[in-house]
Design a protein around this ligand. Structure first.
Ligand code: NDP
Ligand SMILES: O=CCS(=O)(=O)O
Length: 252
């Protein structure tokens, strides 16, 4: 039987590229996202190669998530790799100008959604045992503060610490946990963050060389297929043309 990967946020960006990467190597894939038509499209693309199951779900809906995981068909039940990728940033403006609803959406998706899926799948992953992996998509924003990062960066700091704490509890089960923390990558992320402002999104990536979704998918696949005795705790990945900057100082 094929190995099975469950990927959240598979309708775009990192998640879609990761689905393709695993399918290219013969893994069965379970694809989660809210946009049914995107899931259907990806299923049509991949199903000649491998078994594909799509689940049109919102990761914030804990009941729907746990029901879907409990009802997985036999051929997709023994998940080996969970890629917790679904997530988003909103409200690029300063904290004092941000809408509370946008803060809630980021927390509900990046934190609550991620723990919903993890909680539902933990028994399966423990049952799979040695070689199983939870790969959580964090961000450099979880470590390095920047203006407008407010709640988004804080949700990604949660992802890092949750990943490390999970490792402590899963010690002895064989289940590995990794926090992958990418820097600037060209996906629909900025389009979502700017609420559909294509010009702002294009401008961010123009004249530089951001990471591409396939770059991150390759790292996810690498981490997931290392020998079972190796756990990458964290992988921080930036484009060569991105680095940190100096501290800001308020002056008279
Ligand atoms: N691009 C970047 O620069 C970076 C991105 N990241 C992180 O990478 C992850 C993937 O983002 P990226 O590929 O860039 O962005 P995209 O916007 O291209 O993809 C985001 C994916 O998340 C899914 N998603 C969002 N909300 C939900 C939800 N409530 N339930 C289910 N699925 C959801 C979307 O699917 P749908 O809308 O169909 O539900 C989509 O498939 C995110 O966690 C992001 O924070 C981290 C570092 C850098
Ligand atoms: O997580 C996304 C990368 S950044 O926009 O926060 O640098």
């Amino acid at each position: 039987m094929n190995d099975i990967a469950l990927i959240t946020g598979a309708t775009s960006g990192f998640g879609r590229a990761t689905a393709r990467r695993f399918a290219d190597s013969g893994w069965s894939v379970i694809l989660i996202g809210r946009r049914q038509e995107r899931l259907d499209e990806l299923q049509r693309e991949l199903e000649d190669k491998v078994p594909v199951l799509t689940l049109a779900l919102d990761v914030r809906d804990d009941e729907a998530i746990s029901r879907a995981i409990a009802d997985l068909p036999d051929a997709f039940r023994q998940v080996k790799v969970l890629v917790n990728n679904a997530g988003l940033a909103l409200a690029p403006q300063p904290a004092q100008e941000a809408e509370l609803a946008d803060w809630h959406t980021m927390i509900d998706t990046n934190v609550t959604g991620l723990v919903n899926v993890t909680h539902a799948l933990l028994p399966t992953l423990i049952d799979t045992g040695a070689g199983a992996s939870i790969i959580n998509i964090g961000s450099v924003a979880g470590k390095f503060p920047y203006p407008g990062g407010h709640v988004y960066g804080a949700t990604k700091a949660f992802v890092q610490q949750f990943s490390y704490n999970l490792r402590c509890d899963l010690l002895g089960t064989g289940v590995r946990v990794t926090d992958i923390a990418p820097g600037m990558a060209e996906t629909e992320f900025t389009l979502v963050r700017t609420r559909g402002d294509k010009e702002a999104s294009d401008a961010l990536y123009r004249g530089t060389t951001p990471l591409q979704p396939e770059d991150i998918a390759e790292q996810i696949f690498y981490v997931a297929t290392l020998p079972a005795h190796i756990n990458i705790n964290q992988l921080e990945i930036m484009p060569t043309r991105q680095a940190w900057s100096k501290f800001a100082v308020d002056r008279d």
